[in-house]
Design a binder for this molecule. Structure first.
Ligand code: ZN
Ligand code: FE
Length: 257
C-alpha cells in the first residue's frame, strides 16, 4: 500500500492509499474531489473506499462528487456521525477493523474534536515495519484539534489511545499546522531541547514549502505538549493541579495563541 499525500483547500491534506497490484485506491478525508480525481486518473486506479474521520466539511467535502464517479465506493465513518457524513454506508465503533489492500486497520474511537471522531491505525506488516495512523483532526504534528464537541477529559482519553501506539508509527494528520503548533509549544516548553531542534527544522522545511506530514509518533511523544499532559514541568508552567487541568489549560492557551 502506497500513501499519496494530496494538498487540498488552504491547508488540508487528503491521503490516497493505492494498491498497485489490484490498481484500487482508497482515500482518507477527501476535503474536495478534484485532487483525488486527478491522482486516480494519473494512476488509472479505481476508488473502492472513502475513510472519513469526522463530519467536518473540510474532511467530507469531496464525498458526493467522488461517489458520482465511483458509485461502488464504500464510505466508512464513525457510528455517531450517522446523518452527518455524505454517502456513509459503514458505521464504525471502537475496536472495529477495516481493511484495504493487504492491510488491516484498527478503528479507534477518539471523541473530543467532535463527538463522533474516529482514527484508523494500520498496524505494521512484513515489509511495512511502521504502522500508519490516520487521525484526522485529533492529533496534529505538534498540536491537537480544538474541542468543538468534547471535553478535555474525553480528548485526553482519546489522545491517550494514540499515545499508546508504537513510536515508529507514521502520523498522517489532516492539516499542515505544524509550524504554528510548534511555535506555541515552545512558549510553554522552552527547556525541551528536542522541541527546540524540531521547531528549527520545521521552520527550515516550511521556508522551502515542504510538507511536515507524515510525522513520527515518537517525536510527537517527546515534543508535542498535547501528548504531555502528565509532564511535571508542563504542569507547573501552566499552574495546574492534575493532568486534565494541565491539558485543558494548554488547549485554552493555544486557542488564544
Ligand atoms: Zn475538523
Ligand atoms: Fe479539519
Amino acid at each position: 500500500m502506497q500513501v499519496y499525500r494530496l494538498s487540498a483547500l488552504s491547508d488540508n491534506y487528503i491521503f490516497l492509499l493505492h494498491d498497485r497490484e489490484q490498481n484500487i485506491a482508497a482515500v482518507v478525508d477527501p476535503a474536495e474531489a478534484s485532487p483525488v480525481l486527478r491522482q486516480l486518473d494519473d494512476l488509472g486506479a479505481t476508488l473502492v473506499a472513502i475513510f472519513n474521520t469526522h463530519h467536518h466539511a473540510d474532511h467530507v467535502g469531496g464525498n458526493s462528487k467522488l461517489l458520482q464517479q465511483f458509485p461502488g465506493a464504500v464510505v466508512y465513518g464513525g457510528a455517531d456521525d450517522r446523518g452527518r457524513i455524505p454517502g456513509q454506508t459503514v458505521f464504525l465503533q471502537d475496536g472495529d477493523h477495516v481493511s484495504f489492500s493487504d492491510r488491516v486497520a484498527d478503528v479507534l474511537f477518539v471523541p473530543g474534536h467532535t463527538r463522533a471522531h474516529i482514527a484508523y491505525y494500520f498496524a505494521p506488516t512484513i515489509g511495512n515495519e511502521a504502522g500508519d495512523l490516520f487521525c484526522g483532526d485529533t492529533l496534529f504534528a505538534g498540536g491537537c484539534g480544538r474541542l468543538f464537541e468534547g471535553t478535555p477529559t474525553q480528548m485526553v482519553n482519546s489522545l491517550g489511545k494514540l499515545r499508546a501506539l508504537p513510536d515508529e508509527t507514521r502520523v498522517w494528520c489532516a492539516h499542515e499546522y505544524t509550524l504554528k503548533n510548534l511555535e506555541f509549544a515552545f512558549t510553554v516548553d522552552r527547556a525541551n531541547v528536542a522541541l527546540a531542534q524540531r521547531l528549527a527544522d520545521v521552520k527550515t522545511a516550511r521556508s522551502r514549502y515542504e510538507a511536515t506530514i507524515p510525522s513520527n509518533l515518537g517525536v510527537e511523544k517527546r515534543t508535542n505538549p498535547f501528548l504531555r499532559w502528565d509532564d511535571r514541568g508542563l504542569r507547573s508552567t501552566v499552574k495546574a493541579e492534575n493532568d486534565i487541568q494541565t491539558f485543558a489549560r494548554l488547549r485554552g492557551m493555544k486557542d488564544q495563541f
